[in-house]
Structures are given as structure tokens and as C-alpha cells.
Design a protein around this ligand. Structure first.
Ligand code: F6P
Length: 357
């Protein structure tokens, strides 16, 4: 008999349900008797003992369902050791709830912040297995996270739609893609949608180079330009600021996001109309794409194997086309970023895509 706790934490994404279903199906198919405790709304559920008991039936029919049947929330790691407003020691409370339910393992699905807390719980002596989710694909130790390919599909659809209207009106369009710290999603959706300019956090842009790229297109007869901008795109001047000064600049900026600032600067320099489209949270919503359904199911099934073998303290990840187990202490606190000299960036440049650098 295995007693398993499960929670989904941080920003949601597609295929969370598919991954949990994978874990449960593989355990049930092994004929091991299992008791499943689903903690609600991420670590909050574990802290405050808010859970529901689940059976195999709860995981039926959810392979294609977006969101998470357990709910999710953000519980920032930087305050996890601070007592809550009623003086509760949150880490101690999580441990107590784990022990009270006599869990064998806690399966945690999450991204970067989630993994820091997961590793802390491991250090505190709990048995932990994690699964890598995020549309940002920025989790260290895995080449791929589930949610990413589904989000690429949605952001690409958005760019595709913008393409036709941009062409009709001969306008410059910016599509703002999610990703505050890394540009995987913007780069992939931008390339898939045929964007002419792609601006990502890893490559600070020079607005003059952006304008140059637009003018070059226009001089060759193209009346419209599509720019894919990551939420965290940053200019060379801003990248030179201290963290504190940059934060202040963002707080006092008259623009709702970096895309609007870029749009205003392009409009000022070229005199042309610029429009901004922000698909926002649609990128995290809806049904997972087939790739994510398969990928998340595979990760979940392998997590089930680890549980049966009593191997804990790992994230189930994907490296060089193999499912691998990565020690949690190696994953926690590290961000996987795009290298500016990555082969995909080189190839994008060969295609004529400008990164504004
Ligand atoms: O979960 C990752 C992510 O979707 C990022 O791409 C995005 O910047 C952020 O979350 C948005 O967070 P929230 O849902 O809290 O607004």
C-alpha cells in the first residue's frame, strides 16, 4: 500500500491533469494498492491541511482537460520560512500534515519557484518526486517542460491571425508573448509564425536596430512587419541599469508593458502605425496539444515507477530524448535560459530574423 500526496503549484499550464493521470494510472496498473490525497491550491493545501481523497475515477477523462483538478496558487519561496499572518510556521505545518496522513511520498507538479520549496521539503526529510511544468520551458535539468508546446501552438495561432490583418493594413504589429525571464516561447512561436523581429530577455535590443530591420523590410517592398516580443524583453540601456533602478523604471513607466514602450518608440521614429496584441493567459489555457498529452503522460508514468521503487528526491525530466531522473538539489534555484549563441538563434538569424542586437 502506498499513500500518495499530490499538488500542483505556481502558474498553471496545459497537461497538468494528464501528468497526474499518468502517475495514478501507472500505479493502479501495477496492482499496488494506493491511497491518493490531493492537496488543493498548491502548497496552500499542504500548509493548511486542505485536501481531498481521490480515487482512480477522479483521474478518468482528464487527459485532454486544461487547468488542474486540484487548483493552483503561487506560494513564493522567498517568504516560505516566514510565519503566516497568524504566526503559523508554514514549513513545519507542511511537514506535520505529511506525517499526519502517513504519506509515503508527495508528488509535486511545478516550475521554478515550486522546485525550490520542493527541495526544501526534501531537505526537511520528506519523500518528494516532482514533475516539470511551465509554458516557459525554463526549468533547469530538463530539455522540455509540459505546457510549453501547447503554449507555442496558441501564441503561434495568434501571430498567424495577426499576419493577415497586418498584411491587409500594411501595419507594424507587436505580439507580446509570455516569458518574463526567458525567451523560449517567444522564439519558437515567433519562428513558427514567421515573425520578422523577435525580442527576448536573453538578447537586449537596440531600438535603432529594430527600426533598421523594419526599414530594410519596407525598402524591399514589404509593407508590414511582425514583431514577437517576450514580456521580459529588455533594451540595451535598461539592461545596463542596476536591478533596483530597472525595477523603479518599470514601476513608474507610463506603459502597461514593454511592448507598448517599443511600439511608441517605433511609431515616433518611423511615423508608422504600430498595434500591440497581447494573448496573455490564453497561452496557458485550454486543452493540451497532443505532444503535451503524450509527454506529460510519459513523465507521470515514470514518476509512478520511481514511487514503486521507493526512489525519492528526483524530478522526472527529459534529456537528449530520454526520460531521466534529476536530483532535486540540482534543479532547485537554477534557471534554464537561451544562450545567445545557441544554434536556433544562429539559424533564425540566417533566415533574416532580427533580434534587435
Ligand atoms: O507560469 C509562467 C507564466 O505564465 C509566465 O510566462 C508569466 O510571465 C507568468 O506566469 C504570469 O503570471 P501570473 O499568472 O501570476 O500573472
Amino acid at each position: 500500500m502506498k499513500r500518495i500526496g499530490m499538488l500542483t503549484s505556481g502558474g498553471d499550464c496545459q497537461a497538468l491533469n494528464a501528468a497526474m493521470r499518468g502517475v495514478v494510472k501507472s500505479l493502479i496498473n501495477s496492482n499496488e494498492e494506493v491511497e491518493i490525497y490531493g492537496f488543493l491550491e498548491g502548497y496552500k493545501g499542504l500548509i493548511y491541511g486542505n485536501f481531498k481523497m481521490l480515487t482512480g475515477a477522479d483521474f478518468a477523462g482528464i487527459l485532454t482537460k486544461g487547468g488542474t483538478i486540484l487548483g493552483s496558487s503561487r506560494t513564493p519561496f522567498k517568504t516560505i520560512k516566514d510565519p503566516d499572518e497568524n504566526g503559523l510556521d508554514k514549513v513545519e505545518a507542511m511537514k506535520q500534515n505529511y506525517y499526519k496522513l502517513r504519506l509515503d511520498v508527495l508528488v509535486i507538479l511545478g516550475g521554478n519557484g515550486t522546485h525550490k520549496t520542493a527541495n526544501l521539503l526534501r531537505e526537511e526529510g520528506l519523500n518528494i518526486i516532482t514533475l516539470p511544468k511551465t509554458i516557459d520551458n525554463d526549468l533547469w535539468g530538463t530539455d522540455m517542460t509540459f505546457g510549453f508546446q501547447s503554449a507555442v501552438d496558441i501564441a503561434t495561432d495568434c501571430i498567424d491571425c495577426i499576419h493577415t490583418t497586418a498584411a491587409s493594413h500594411g501595419r507594424i504589429f507587436i505580439v507580446e508573448v509570455m516569458g518574463h525571464k526567458v525567451g523560449y516561447l517567444t522564439l519558437n512561436a515567433g519562428m513558427a509564425g514567421g515573425a520578422d523581429i523577435i525580442l527576448i530577455p536573453e538578447i537586449p535590443y537596440d531600438i535603432d536596430k529594430v527600426v533598421e530591420a523594419i526599414e530594410k523590410r519596407h525598402s524591399r517592398g514589404s509593407k508590414f512587419t511582425i514583431i514577437a516580443v517576450a514580456e521580459g524583453a529588455i533594451s540595451k540601456e535598461d539592461a545596463a541599469l542596476s536591478k533596483k533602478d530597472y525595477k523603479k523604471k518599470l514601476e513608474t513607466s507610463p506603459y502597461p508593458s514593454v511592448s507598448y514602450e517599443i511600439a511608441a518608440k517605433i511609431q515616433e521614429r518611423t511615423g508608422q502605425e504600430v498595434r500591440v496584441t497581447v494573448p496573455g493567459h490564453t497561452q496557458r489555457g485550454g486543452s493540451p496539444c497532443p505532444y503535451d498529452r503524450v509527454f506529460a503522460s510519459r513523465l507521470g508514468a515514470e514518476a509512478g515507477e520511481l514511487i514503486l521503487a521507493g526512489e525519492y528526491g528526483f524530478m522526472v525530466g527529459y534529456k537528449n530524448r530520454e526520460i531521466v531522473k534529476v536530483p532535486l538539489e540540482d534543479v532547485a534555484g537554477k534557471l534554464k535560459m537561451l544562450e545567445p549563441d545557441a544554434s536556433i538563434i544562429k539559424e533564425a538569424k540566417l533566415l533574416g530574423i532580427s533580434f534587435g542586437d
